[in-house]
Write a protein that binds this ligand. Sequence first.
Ligand SMILES: CC(C)(COP(=O)(O)OP(=O)(O)OC[C@H]1O[C@@H](n2cnc3c(N)ncnc32)[C@H](O)[C@@H]1OP(=O)(O)O)[C@@H](O)C(=O)NCCC(=O)NCCS
Length: 170
Amino acid sequence: MIKMMELRKIAGDNIDEVIALDVEENQKEFILETTNLRCFADAHMLNADGIPATPLAIYANNTMVGFLMYIYDTLDHESFENEAFYGKKAYFIWHNMIDKNHQGKGFGKLAFEKMLIDIDTMPNGEADYVALFYHKSNVIAKTLYASFGFVDTGIIQDNSILAVKNLKGK
Ligand SMILES: CC(C)(COP(=O)(O)OP(=O)(O)OC[C@H]1O[C@@H](n2cnc3c(N)ncnc32)[C@H](O)[C@@H]1OP(=O)(O)O)[C@@H](O)C(=O)NCCC(=O)NCCS
């Protein structure tokens, strides 16, 4: 049973645990073959470039069970040019994973909900959207994100579907 769900900053005392978390072999394409270590490096590079990146460790009942990261950026990719969200500010979910030993217990859903509540406070600045990509065969991700109001945009890049949630029109 989940008594306590927390998103905690990553520091010297928990980075090794973040790196040790992993998904199943057949789920690696769902996280674009990246790793938590690489994502944490991405966070530092993005922050150095002035794009706020927030990597967070997911704890259920004081045990680390997953890792997620969002960034604050502008939806200005050229392939978005004809979309209503083109050029708008967004919180973009860069990475979202629950360790293979802790999946299917409701942690992913609760952590995602907590992250959306954080994002609602606009921690890095105002935004109109939350956006993310998920792999077209990732049924669990599709169901999870749809349950929080994410809508498919029809934009597909490298087998991943862009879905957005409008923060202002809620
Ligand atoms: C996707 C992921 C983050 C979901 O976290 P989780 O803790 O396993 O999922 P939860 O137990 O919180 O379940 C969330 C929802 O997913 C769906 N779901 C969970 N397990 C499922 C399964 N085996 N089959 C179908 N749907 C499932 C359910 O709709 C569930 O909602 P519900 O409880 O209201 O029915 C996690 O499974 C994961 O890390 N997978 C591998 C990496 C990945 O795909 N990341 C997402 C990249 S976009």
